[in-house]
Design a binder for this molecule. Structure first.
Ligand code: 5GP
Ligand code: 5GP
Length: 228
């Protein structure tokens, strides 16, 4: 079929009409910044492996920075052409190893975890943050939240003791200014444990905000904060 210049103009106009839809469909309303307690990860899976760099410190580690919609839905794997480029974040590797350690088995250096998080979640915030900025934003948020300090200074320590959900939420609200989402896991003795903490962050990735929506807690009334 031969295309006339008129039909090419029409095709272009049609393509332009759908372009904003394609772009908007990859947009998002806010981020969940999710930290995990390594002791609980290891208890849930009943198995975890320390990264090649050794046992992570007894601190919360980053799980991810996840673009989200206000209605609870979220985009994922938004850019099939993207790849995790280690050279772009080479100067951040040391910090990522410390603050974003992987606990999955078999033991590895973390690149697999960071690649997964970038491809699944990071590619959906490319309108706001490039790859380096994305990982930098997560590292800065971790520092800003200073979560373990917020809990320990309120007497909530990783010592296998049990705490009330409200106590934990209050301590974090005092420190960060907003109520976090708390996710629990159940260990082999059926204890509800403090597993992940969700903070909401504006879509530039820099400031904590009030959560438009909190993930369901699924926590028992008494929550164990296990040793690690
Ligand atoms: P799970 O089913 O274990 O809660 O979550 C599995 C994975 O789905 C998470 O690690 C994360 O990648 C994604 N996910 C779960 N819940 C949410 C959510 O509320 N928002 C976003 N953006 N991703 C989520
Ligand atoms: P999400 O649940 O965010 O979709 O992805 C978690 C993926 O990263 C899973 O495939 C999991 O095996 C892998 N992974 C590697 N290291 C870790 C870790 O330390 N914590 C969690 N939650 N997942 C990890």
């Amino acid at each position: 079929m031969k295309l006339t210049s008129g039909s090419i103009v029409i095709i272009n106009l049609l393509a332009l009409q759908y372009l904003p839809v394609l772009c908007l469909s990859q947009d998002f309303d806010f981020f969940y910044f999710v930290l995990q307690w390594p002791g609980s990860y290891c208890d849930t899976k009943q198995r975890c492996c320390y990264p090649k760099t050794g046992k992570p410190s007894a601190d919360f580690g980053i799980h991810g920075l996840w673009p989200n919609y206000n209605d609870g839905g979220y985009p994922s794997n938004c850019d099939p052409n993207s790849r995790f480029d280690k050279s772009e974040i080479s100067s951040l590797i040391g910090s990522l190893e410390k603050e974003w350690p992987t606990l999955s088995c078999p033991s590895n250096d973390g690149v697999k975890f960071w690649t997964h998080e970038w491809l699944k979640h990071g590619t959906c915030s490319e309108s706001e943050l490039g790859q380096r900025e994305y990982f930098e934003a997560a590292l800065q948020l971790k520092q800003k939240a200073n979560l373990l300090q917020a809990l320990t200074s309120a007497g909530i320590k990783p010592n296998d003791e049990f705490y009330e959900l409200e106590e934990i939420e209050d301590a974090i609200r005092q420190a960060v200014g907003f109520t976090p989402g708390i996710e629990c896991n159940v260990d082999s003795s059926r204890n509800s444990q403090l597993y992940q903490v969700y903070f909401c962050v504006d879509n530039s990735g820099s400031d904590f905000i009030k959560c438009p929506l909190l993930p369901r807690a699924k926590c028992g009334s008494r929550i164990q904060f296990p040793k690690f």
